[in-house]
Design a protein around this ligand. Structure first.
Ligand code: GAL
Length: 368
């Protein structure tokens, strides 16, 4: 009995002891587990954090800064809209700043965009030389720069997307000299702060020089304007008309200058009587062509230009080399990989086949 009791007791005791042991073990296991759990939780939290970081960085859209000179000239509004559209379509976010023709303001805007974490800058330089500071600043912050339409000179510019501006000049001069191979020519260039002004003039001279040498063409006035604006050409031409009268053809750097020239010609009863070339296919210029006050304008493929730049910007943001940079342009410091698109002549005969067909201008905007 006793034994049994004892045994029972023993059993009970053993059981108790066993239970105690188990609970101690359980306690110690759960202590260890807790530590392991705590540790694992820490790792898990850390891993989640890293995961979230990776996820959020995967989700981060490329940020493309578009630094523009001014929106005063009609075409730049199209460049802006098309560029924004394409960047968005390619999954990026564009930030646009307009410098209102102030190079210092453009530098400040570049700094701001860099501070805001932009991945790449696309720049329409206000000033061909001063914009080199933007490139320097951007590179100090590992931000590559694409020069848009206008070349940034004498710096380590990364890429250049534009139209063949020398060819544009040649197209203008070729067209007018086909009509007037002999005569007095006026040349009104854009401002010296824009490299395109020089390139266009180079194109003009490629065509005119042999005719000048032959004595057929006489350049009676050859001036650079201070801005790409109508008042400038009006001022230059009005000054010329004060004591001279001879002019058979005028070549202007853009349509805004051409419209100023028309104003001066009107005041001297010469509108429609002088050949006149502009550039940009502004709506008013095309209307002037229809009215017979302007001979031609040049249509630049703005959509392709904006798309090429947006494409390159997104590729660069993704760490890839941009495609189609198939030529190089010397900017005075280095050979810059570039895309140069081709422009075309718009005259009274081909308005529908060019700017209207391309969707650049609506038919009703011209013929209303
Ligand atoms: C030039 C450009 C022209 C014209 C001008 C005025 O650089 O090549 O097409 O728009 O600027 O903004």
């Amino acid at each position: 009995m006793k034994r049994i009791v004892k045994t029972t007791t023993n059993t009970i005791n053993t059981a108790t002891a066993h239970r105690d042991n188990t609970s101690i073990m359980a306690l110690s296991i759960s202590g260890r587990t807790r530590t392991i759990l705590k540790q694992s939780l820490k790792y898990l939290t850390f891993l989640c954090f890293i995961g979230l970081l990776i996820l959020s960085s995967c989700d981060m859209k490329p940020r493309v800064g578009f630094l523009m000179d001014s929106l005063e000239i009609e075409r730049w509004n199209k460049d802006k809209a098309l560029f924004e559209e394409k960047v968005k379509e390619l999954g990026g976010v564009s930030m646009v700043a307009v410098a209102d023709s102030d190079p210092d303001k453009q530098l400040e805007q570049a700094q701001q965009m860099i501070d805001d974490g932009v991945d790449v800058l696309v720049v329409v330089p206000v000033d061909l030389e001063k914009a080199g500071e933007i490139v320097k600043l951007a590179h100090q912050n590992y931000v590559p720069v694409i020069s848009y339409d206008r070349l940034i000179k004498d710096c380590n510019l990364d890429y250049y997307v534009s139209t063949d501006n020398i060819n544009i000049g040649e197209l203008q001069a070729n067209y007018l000299t086909k009509i007037a191979p002999v005569g007095n020519y006026v040349l009104i260039s854009g401002p010296r702060s824009d490299h395109n002004a020089y390139l266009l003039r180079l194109g003009w001279m490629n065509v005119l020089q042999p005719l000048i040498d032959k004595g057929d063409v006489n350049v009676v006035l050859d001036e650079f304007s201070d801005f790409w604006l109508p008042d400038e050409a009006y001022r230059i031409l009005s000054q010329y008309f004060k004591d001279k009268n001879e002019v058979d053809a005028i070549i202007c750097g853009n349509d805004a200058l051409a419209s100023g020239a028309i104003q001066a010609l009107k005041e001297h009863q010469k509108d429609g009587k002088v050949l006149l070339a502009g550039q940009d296919a502004d709506i008013q210029a095309v209307r002037n062509i229809v009215a017979g006050n302007q001979t031609i304008t040049i249509y630049k493929p703005i959509e392709s230009l904006a798309f090429a730049a947006a494409n390159a910007a997104i590729k660069i943001s993704d760490g890839e080399a941009p495609s189609n940079m198939n030529i190089t342009v010397n900017n005075g410091k280095r050979l810059v990989p570039a895309i140069l698109l081709q422009a075309s002549v718009v005259n009274s005969q081909n308005i529908k086949m060019t700017v209207i067909q391309e969707g650049y201008i609506g038919e009703q905007e011209i013929f209303n």
